[in-house]
Write a protein that binds this ligand. Structure first.
Ligand code: CUA
Length: 353
């Protein structure tokens, strides 16, 4: 699959939201063009029609004329209506784009100067390439190792800031098999313009083939589990069901639940909460526990953190039932990045900070 390099006024529309974004854009352009032309025409027309002739004086204005009032209301209400349509329509698209569907396929993206690192739950990793199946809702969880980047796929009409120290999300539903540009849309240093990549949208069978090629390192959750053990988290945090040791909260079935904190507040155990608890354990202490956990800041890379988050997620949804990890890839050929080339977050000793 090659990116279509021929000239287009518009990028290809290759996602479920692209048509809506284009329609809104067309509306904005048409409204602006209509009023620009109308005003330009009237300026010329009135300049000619009401130009000063000889010593003629203009007719005095009738201050109580009802016509003037009607005109004022009309030219206020019509633009108000047109701009409220822009607002409501734009807000509706914004809300659609900011709420990933619940059953979306998850992929993790880490931006760094100047590349995109992608991790699939099944374990496959890539750099500056993102392979996705067509007609599936895809949810990206994005973070940055250094400065602010912005993950932009024009063909999908979607872009999201990628921030250091924070997880953001972006979702799309590709509708056309093909290859499309990824750009960084936030100036991030010397090689910002080179921080580009390609999304490959494949049909389901091709995608599964590609995924099967895998990294040979196991799923993200499995890699997260070995990192969890290497860091010694398991010596305190029981991860088995119904096990308590009294000193550290049990992580089984934690993800997605609401946690009671020592200060009386409550928080949802989401990706950001897990990340914060690893790097800044003292920030939110769970009710009934002491502030005894050391920070792992500097010991785990962003890639490693994502694996740990994925491991905690795999320890069970709120109802306590275990979700099996995705099947480990078996083949060893393919286009994905070989192990060792990326994501040195697997062991703290190799941290690339
Ligand atoms: Cu990364 Cu611009």
């Amino acid at each position: 699959m090659e990116i279509d390099q021929s000239f287009h006024l518009f990028p290809e529309a290759a996602s479920s939201i692209a048509g809506q974004v284009d329609a809104l854009y067309a509306y904005l352009v048409l409204v602006s063009a209509f009023f620009s032309l109308l005003i330009a025409f009237l300026m010329v027309y009135f300049a000619v029609k009401y130009r000063k002739k000889n010593d003629e004086l203009p007719a005095p204005m009738d201050e109580h004329s009802i016509g003037g009032m009607v005109l004022e209301i009309v030219w206020s209400v019509i633009p108000l209506g047109l701009s409220m349509v822009m607002f409501a329509w734009g807000a509706s698209i914004f809300f659609t784009e900011s709420r990933p569907p619940a059953d979306s396929m998850e992929i993790y993206v880490t931006g760094k100067q100047w590349m995109w690192k992608i991790q699939h739950l099944e374990g496959a990793r890539e750099i500056n390439e993102l392979h996705v199946p067509v007609n599936r809702d895809i949810r990206l969880t994005l973070t940055s190792e250094d400065v602010i980047h912005d993950f932009y796929v024009p063909a999908f009409r979607t872009k999201t800031d990628v921030l250091p120290g924070k997880y953001t999300t972006e979702w799309f539903r590709p509708t056309k098999v093909g290859a499309y540009h990824i750009f960084c849309a936030e100036y991030c240093g010397t090689k910002h313009s080179g921080m580009i990549g390609t999304v490959y949208v494949m049909n389901e069978a091709d995608y599964n083939n590609w995924l099967g090629a895998g990294s040979g390192e196991g799923s993200m959750a499995e890699q997260g589990e070995s990192l969890f053990n290497q860091l010694g988290c398991g010596t305190c945090h029981p991860s088995a069901m119904n096990k308590q040791n009294g000193r550290c909260p049990n992580l089984s079935g934690l993800f997605g639940t609401t946690v009671d904190l020592k200060d009386g507040s409550r928080i949802k155990a989401d990706e950001s909460y897990i990340r914060e608890s690893i790097l800044f354990p003292q920030a939110k202490i769970v009710a009934g526990y002491d502030d005894i956990m050391p920070t792992f800041k500097g010991l785990v890379t962003e890639d490693g953190l994502l694996k740990l988050v994925e491991y905690v997620k795999s320890l069970g949804p709120p109802n306590g039932t275990q979700t099996p990890a995705p099947p480990a890839p078996t083949q060893t050929t393919g286009t994905s990045v070989p192990p060792g080339q990326v994501g040195r977050g697997a062991t703290p000793a190799q941290g690339n900070r």
